[in-house]
Design a protein around this ligand. Structure first.
Ligand code: T46
Length: 137
């Protein structure tokens, strides 16, 4: 089963007054939020990510502008557009991700289930594929 999914959040408001989207831990976000970070001023020709996580769960939201995310579970790779502030991408453990095509002034907001820990990263693609194979066998 895929360990990532596109999420659609409620958009409260109207064109006249503007909109609000609320994110709540263990409600529309499926984990306790221990960390929030955001990535901004990323040049259009830069790709980020190129790693998977061992345990971390995250929800990525492009709250301004748009970006593309390639997710790869070791079996299949898929490109997901994040181009609405009320849409998110849940990514669980064991999913390789690459973010690219950042539009000007895009802001990628990330909600994470744990504190920053470099030990939780798999930054080598071959190691990622081998880890997935071991889990499946
Ligand atoms: C992910 C994608 C979507 C910290 O010190 N604290 C933090 O909370 C984070 C996220 C990063 N850092 C440091 C670690 C590196 O020295 O910031 C530097 C850049 O991190 P990285 O190259 O991992 O950034 P991205 O944009 O490639 O990946 C980030 C997250 O690290 C990652 O968990 O899933 O965003």
């Amino acid at each position: 089963m895929k360990n990532y999914k596109k999420m659609y959040f409620k958009k409260i408001g109207n064109k006249k007054r503007g909109f609000i989207t609320a994110l709540e831990q263990n409600k529309n976000i499926p984990f306790l939020i221990k960390r929030v970070y955001y990535n901004y001023f990323t040049p259009a020709d830069v790709s980020r990510g190129y790693h998977a996580h061992k345990k971390l769960e995250q929800v990525l939201l492009c709250v301004s502008g748009n970006i593309k995310v390639k997710v790869d579970d070791g079996n299949k790779a898929e490109e997901i557009d994040l181009n609405n502030p009320n849409e998110g991408l849940y990514i669980g453990p064991g999913v390789w991700r690459e973010m690219y095509d950042y539009s000007k002034n895009s802001v990628l907001l990330v909600l994470a289930s744990d504190y920053y820990d470099e030990e939780d990263y798999i930054r080598d693609y071959d190691e990622f594929v081998n880890t997935i194979k071991k889990i499946k066998s």
